[in-house]
Design a protein around this ligand. Structure first.
Ligand SMILES: NC(=O)c1ccc[n+]([C@@H]2O[C@H](COP(=O)([O-])OP(=O)(O)OC[C@H]3O[C@@H](n4cnc5c(N)ncnc54)[C@H](OP(=O)(O)O)[C@@H]3O)[C@@H](O)[C@H]2O)c1
Length: 272
């Protein structure tokens, strides 16, 4: 029987593939027989790769290429194409946000939000995706096939609800707002996806967004989690492996008629 969800021997680029979700996708897809090229902003040796992904060292390779550096993306991709051939799938997963633990101005009111943080987030989350699509997507288009998966967020579909963060000011006595550039960058991804889906449709390169809700990790305040879970219809955060299925689906031939779409996996957060 043919497995329509198979990713066996597909060459898959995962940007930011050493992070929380990126390493999960890389590990899962490699375990399913794909060959995964991680593009990382920091150097990572073959020994470190084998240690992080035990037994998968031959199926996962890490290239040192920031999504902000087009020359580095070109160099990594030339090397990748020489070694494994033109990628079949690009997962634009690298992303940054203003850190809740960051300085007061990074989490302060919109009116005085510093341009430098706006630029940083837009540069990675939106311009970085554009550059990866230019470098890798263009090669896919040259082959007449490919699937690009842009990792979005529910905060690209709806605004962050500032009430969820109000406990911070009460607790710390300093105004705290979930900052603007992450939401704006992830919203921008939705139409970058549609633009490229239509632009590259004649070349059979599919482009879709996956919109994720919050993943369970240890570093959330109790007050935040309590308020947040009230607003999630399923009443819980995602487990770290609960996005693997949708990513594999979009990477595989099970989704060959899907392009320009936004697949929402958020426990229902944006449904009410
Ligand atoms: N976690 C969630 O709850 C959640 C929810 C919705 C959407 N998302 C999205 O899912 C994606 C992954 O998030 P995550 O939670 O796994 O975050 P994470 O653990 O911080 O991972 C992000 C990765 O991106 C890398 N990165 C940052 N800037 C880069 C650059 N210029 N070039 C290449 N790589 C770069 C980071 O590199 P370093 O390893 O060097 O730091 C890190 O490995 C992001 O796009 C995020 O917006 C996450």
């Amino acid at each position: 029987m043919t497995d329509i969800f198979s990713v066996k021997d597909k060459v898959i680029v995962v940007t930011g593939g050493l992070g929380q979700l990126g390493s999960q996708f890389s590990q899962w897809l490699a375990s399913q027989g794909a060959r995964v090229a991680i593009y990382s902003r920091r150097p990572f040796s073959a020994e470190q790769t084998e240690a992080k992904f035990p037994g998968l060292g031959k199926r996962i390779v890490v290239y040192h290429a920031s999504v902000q550096d087009k020359d580095a993306l070109e160099a990594a991709t030339r090397q990748l194409v020489a070694e494994w051939g033109t990628p079949h799938v690009l997962i634009n997963n690298a992303g940054i946000d203003s850190k809740p633990s960051g300085s007061a101005d990074q989490n302060g009111p919109f009116e005085t939000y510093p341009r430098k943080y706006w630029d940083e987030v837009i540069d990675v989350n939106l311009t970085g995706v554009m550059q990866c699509c230019q470098v890798i997507g263009s090669r896919m288009a040259g082959q007449g096939r490919g699937s690009i998966i842009n990792v979005g967020s529910m905060y690209g579909m709806v605004s962050p609800n500032q009430a969820l963060y109000a406990y911070r000011e009460k607790r710390d006595g300093v105004p705290f707002f979930k900052a603007v550039p992450y939401a704006a960058s992830k919203a921008g991804l939705l139409n970058l996806t549609r633009y490229l889906a239509t632009y590259w449709a004649p070349k059979n390169v599919r482009v879709n967004t996956v919109t994720f809700g919050g993943v369970k990790t240890a570093n959330f305040d109790k007050e935040f989690i309590e308020a947040f879970l009230q607003r999630v219809p399923l009443g819980r955060q995602a487990e770290i492996d609960e996005f693997n299925g949708v990513v594999q689906f979009l990477a595989s031939d099970a989704s060959t008629y899907m392009t320009g779409s936004n697949v929402v996996v958020d426990g229902g957060f944006t449904a009410w």
